[in-house]
Design a protein around this ligand. Structure first.
Ligand code: ADP
Ligand code: LRH
Length: 468
């Protein structure tokens, strides 16, 4: 067996996992987990990037000798380097308020249909393009010589090599969806300097050996699907192509895997995105608010145990309160339970709040799975849930009921597995296309099946009532 370390930085926690791989064999163990706690300073919400990097270093040292290291993280955010290669300030968190009114400003210069035709990306207020327009004219951006996405920044610190991995670059809204190259004309129109962006690299390319002063190695850092969702989609243990996925953690990323982008006006209006996947695939999906509202409620409530709360939520009658979780009102941190009660129209207690989030999330999954099929023409006969949400049995059952389709839940660590598999293939330990990698997952990982028992008429009625 050969061992590959997967560094997976999620919005709620980071981890270093060790994946052991041989033809027909794959297992994964957690080496180190560390919290990811954003910090508000000087009125701006930041990522605590050095605390994350410390967790990465400690995890990689604890992992011992490995045959490769792959890094993935959440999308859209970046660090800026000055002319000496030093980081200029802490990366800003995508939930910071600085981008609130920027999308409208950009639309006045580049009409939204043109932006969609060029980049294929859904309009999320925090896309890198909007963050950079929000930062225009700041001394920090003016001093910057290089922009590195979060996983590329970690890879730079580990190896000294700069580059921009393609799947994560595709989330900036500054990449041309057809050519897969930087959209330099678009950048120039918006006053964004193209020279900030390093050369693109593809999953499977060797980035370089880790520097001796890291105390790690010797080992190569290998580019993987460095957007966590790209690695998660590799880690979906699906057979064939007729499946939808829900990569369910802080966000639910709901969609299908395609060979070519869908750039229709209907797709744009439904806010579906065409993100770059591993092996040139297109991740045609929609961002659904995910477990973020639940995470925020737990934080506000002093972190009570989740399993007990979920049991209590199970006892609350279905659809007692349902809200439209796509409402941007739920995006920023703080007072989440209050915001949910206000949208529900009455004060909810804790179990009712949790039930409201899960019913509403299942409804949002239903809408996105139905829309993905309609807009792409890809029929699906099962929904795979991967990520931390696969541990939430109530959510898996509700999603099966809402979609009227079987739900296959797991692996929880699909992202780290996708990361490891792409490294192992690059190192020649295993071969084959994505379907071969997924066959290995089906052979080796635990997957739980939930059959739909839902009442379609009831889900349709609640859908009409919420107006989603
Ligand atoms: P991210 O990568 O965005 O940080 P994860 O994929 O790690 O997210 O998923 C985190 C989520 O998983 C938590 O917000 C929580 O709702 C869910 N989760 C974790 N453990 C459990 C559990 N034992 N039961 C139910 N849900 C869980
Ligand atoms: C999930 C994720 C998602 C992005 C969001 C910013 O972790 O990468 O795919 O839209 O974070």
């Amino acid at each position: 067996m050969r061992t590959f370390a997967a560094v997976d930085l999620g919005a709620s926690s980071g981890r270093v996992m060790a994946g052991r791989v041989a033809p027909g064999a794959l297992d994964l163990t957690a080496v180190q987990r560390f919290p990811n706690e954003p910090v508000r300073a000087g009125g701006t919400l930041h990522w605590d990037i050095l605390a994350l990097y410390r967790g990465v270093l400690e995890g990689l040292r604890a992992a011992g000798p490995v045959d490769g290291i792959g890094i993935d993280s959440w999308a859209v955010d970046y660090g800026l380097l000055d002319a000496s290669g030093a980081l200029l300030g802490n990366p800003v968190h995508y939930r910071d308020a600085r981008t609130e009114r920027i999308a409208a400003e950009v639309a006045a210069v580049v009409p939204e249909p043109d932006l969609y035709a060029r980049t294929g990306l859904q309009k999320l207020p925090f896309n890198t393009i909007y963050q950079l327009v929000a930062a225009a004219g700041t001394p920090q951006l003016d001093a910057a010589r290089q922009l590195l996405m979060i996983p590329d920044l970690i890879a730079y610190w580990l190896t000294g090599e700069v580059g921009a991995e393609l799947t994560n670059a595709s989330t900036t809204q500054l990449l041309d969806v057809r050519s897969g190259t930087w959209a330099t004309g678009l950048m120039e129109t918006l006053g964004i300097r193209p020279e900030l962006f390093p050369q693109l690299r593809r999953p499977g390319e060797v980035i370089g050996p880790v520097l001796p002063d890291t105390g790690i190695g010797p080992a190569d850092v290998i580019a993987v699907g460095s957007h966590d969702t790209a690695s998660a989609v590799v880690g979906v243990p699906a057979e064939g192509e007729h499946f939808a996925y829900v990569s369910c953690g802080t966000w639910s990323l709901v969609g299908v895997e395609l060979d070519a982008p869908v750039l229709t006006e209907e797709s744009r209006l439904a806010n579906f995105t065409n993100e770059g996947g591993v092996d040139g695939t297109v991740r045609y999906l929609r961002n659904v608010m995910g477990l973020w509202p639940l995470q925020e409620c737990l934080r506000e409530w002093g972190r009570p145990a989740l399993p007990e709360l979920l049991r209590a939520a199970e006892g609350v009658p279905a659809f007692a309160a349902v809200v439209d979780l796509d409402d941007p009102v739920f995006l920023p941190p703080g007072d989440m339970a209050g915001r949910i009660s206000r949208r529900a129209g009455r004060a909810l207690d804790r179990p009712e709040t949790v039930r409201c989030i899960l019913d509403s999330l299942a409804l949002a999954h239903r809408r996105a799975v139905f829309q993905a099929q309609r807009l792409s023409g890809r029929h699906v006969d099962a929904v795979h849930i991967v990520g931390g949400g696969a541990r939430n049995e109530l959510l898996c059952r509700l999603t099966a009921d809402a979609c009227g389709l079987p739900v296959l839940a797991g692996p929880v660590e699909a992202t780290a597995l996708g990361n490891v598999l792409v490294q192992a293939r690059a190192a020649g330990v295993i071969g084959g296309d994505l379907s071969a990698l997924r066959a290995l997952l089906r052979q080796t990982q635990q997957i739980v099946r939930y059959e739909p028992r839902g009442d379609e008429a009831a889900w349709r009625a609640v859908e009409r009532e919420v107006g989603v």
